[in-house]
Design a protein around this ligand. Structure first.
Ligand code: AMP
Length: 289
């Protein structure tokens, strides 16, 4: 596995591969890798000749300084894991490679208002930072396909919008991979490493509650389900809910009791502490009308 730190080296490598008509699958990550990331890698390997992973903790997508400072960094373990999974190349750029000057951090994207709801409300500027880094990484790695997790469903929806509206000429297909969970249902996340034992135990309540809510969807109103989720989380954990919303999975707008035949997603964000936040989501079966 090649470890590349410079854009020129990535371009050289990709250029050679493209000459041989090889397809490149790309998996952007922020490192502290776990089985969720590896599922994306495996999917890419199954669908492409070559798989490139990037590891870059992107400061422009962090709206909370303490969150950025505490973000786990495990580069050696990450590169070992990727090597074991026979990844072809890993791109680990310095900040100045991605953002060579001040202007490169000031690009603004119009994201179809998908960035105004849920995470967007609580993390101002977050999705613009994600769009900046992903556009830049796509331009460097020129993939045929790029792999993302359902775990960050709003991010995936926004990146699809970015891809269709800003990057169409690059002809990249974005692929969504299912959420990988721990045995107690907690969605895997790099930030889970920061949980204390007690918080880790309580964190299982999040997905348990979402799955219980899914079973209620057919027979209970949205308001009843919202109340149930709020009660379960506040009674069984010390976490604070930022939001729980049942939204249309395409436009991320809230679903009303009359639109339950639409494809729906229940999305939640909780604050474990001021600088540690967990998100999760579960698809709800549309109700036959
Ligand atoms: P991150 O390193 O957190 O930026 O995540 C990199 C990619 O891995 C994103 O597309 C995430 O959605 C995806 N990912 C993170 N956690 C999981 C998970 N538990 N299951 C599947 N994909 C995940």
């Amino acid at each position: 596995m090649e470890i590349l730190r410079l854009i020129t080296d990535v371009k050289l490598k990709i250029g050679e591969l493209k000459k041989e008509n090889k397809t490149v699958g790309f998996v952007p990550t922020m490192g502290a890798l776990h089985k969720g990331h590896l599922s994306l890698v495996e999917q890419s390997k199954a669908n492409n000749n070559i798989t490139v992973v990037s590891i870059f903790v992107n400061p422009t997508q962090f709206n909370n300084k303490a969150d950025l400072e505490k973000y786990p960094k495990t580069i050696e373990a990450d590169t070992n894991l990727l090597e074991q999974h026979s990844v072809d190349a890993v791109f680990i750029p310095e900040y100045s490679e991605i953002y060579p000057d001040e202007n490169s951090t000031k690009v603004h994207f119009e994201l179809g208002n998908l960035d105004k709801v849920m995470e967007g409300k609580y993390r101002p500027g977050h999705f613009n930072g994600v769009a900046m880094v992903v556009k830049r990484l796509f331009e460097i790695t020129l993939p045929s396909k790029a792999y993302f997790g359902q775990k960050d469903i709003q991010q995936f929806t926004i990146l699809n919008y970015l891809n269709n509206n800003y990057l169409k000429q690059m002809n990249i297909k974005l692929k969504k991979c299912p959420i990988v969970r721990e045995s107690d249902g907690l969605a895997m996340s790099s930030r889970n490493r920061l949980l204390t034992d007690e918080q880790r135990k309580e964190a299982a309540v999040i997905s348990k509650t979402l799955f219980a809510a899914k079973d209620m969807y057919k027979d209970f109103s949205i308001e009843e389900i919202e109340q149930f989720v709020k009660n379960e989380i506040t009674q069984n954990t010390k976490f604070e809910i930022d939001y729980f919303e049942i939204v249309n999975s395409e436009n991320l707008q809230k679903i009303s009791n009359n639109d339950k035949s639409q494809p729906a997603l229940a999305c939640i964000a909780v604050n474990v502490t001021d600088s540690l936040r967990l998100i999760d989501n579960v698809e709800f079966e549309p109700k036959e009308s």
